[in-house]
Design a protein around this ligand. Structure first.
Ligand code: 5GP
Ligand code: MG
Length: 185
């Protein structure tokens, strides 16, 4: 069975068909814009980008290269999602060993759905006494919000449909797609 094909404006992953939501060009333009805004706000602060694995690793890699100034990056592994529905409790699987006291933290998330992941992680971060914390989400589903979280920079607000690409997967596949695709109904 063919599990991967990418013809024009759609892609098949496993048993599902996805259609283009944002092209690579649209994604890259938006990342450059957010990078420029972050540069304006953090240029002399040597911020620490904290990327939530796995989904945000692609966005974080592009975003930090769109930042013009000294910066560092760290990774944290949490989990709250399997298949196409949000499920279960958020857990820290792999943490940040760095001392965060006095640091300016830029949390980088792939997508804010219910807000559970970010809400939990922000609570954790505050206990580690950073100088400041801001949040950047590549995508946000405003209709799905359950947990109150402030997202300071949003790539795109989208409808409450399952999406893949640019780091986001469907059961392991699709993270390498340079654009964003949504589940075709
Ligand atoms: P939340 O905790 O806000 O409900 O969900 C956030 C996490 O769920 C994201 O970091 C992402 O890993 C996963 N997620 C939420 N919506 C989607 C989606 O449409 N597609 C994919 N691939 N993952 C999603
Ligand atoms: Mg995630």
């Amino acid at each position: 069975m063919e599990t991967y094909s990418n013809i024009n404006d759609h892609v098949q992953l496993h048993d599902r068909l996805f259609v283009t939501l944002f092209t690579e060009e649209q994604v890259q333009e938006r990342v450059r814009e957010i990078g420029a805004e972050l540069t304006g706000a953090y240029r002399d602060k040597c911020p620490l980008f904290v990327s939530i694995l796995s989904g945000a690793f692609v966005f974080a890699a592009d975003l930090m290269r769109a930042f013009d100034g000294d910066c560092e990056v760290g990774f944290v592994k949490l989990s709250s999602y399997s298949g196409t529905r949000s499920a279960g409790d958020v857990q820290t699987v792999m943490g940040l060993e760095k001392d965060l006291r006095g640091r300016h933290i830029i949390v980088v998330e792939d997508i804010v759905d219910t807000g559970r992941t970010l809400h939990f992680f922000l609570d954790h971060l505050r206990s580690r006494q950073p100088a400041s914390v801001c949040t950047v989400a590549f995508l946000r589903k405003p209709d799905a919000a359950v947990f109150p979280v402030q997202v300071d920079y949003v790539g795109f607000d989208i409808e409450d449909r399952f999406v893949v690409g640019y780091g986001l997967d469907y059961d392991g596949l699709g993270r390498n797609l340079p654009g964003v695709f949504q589940l075709s109904e």
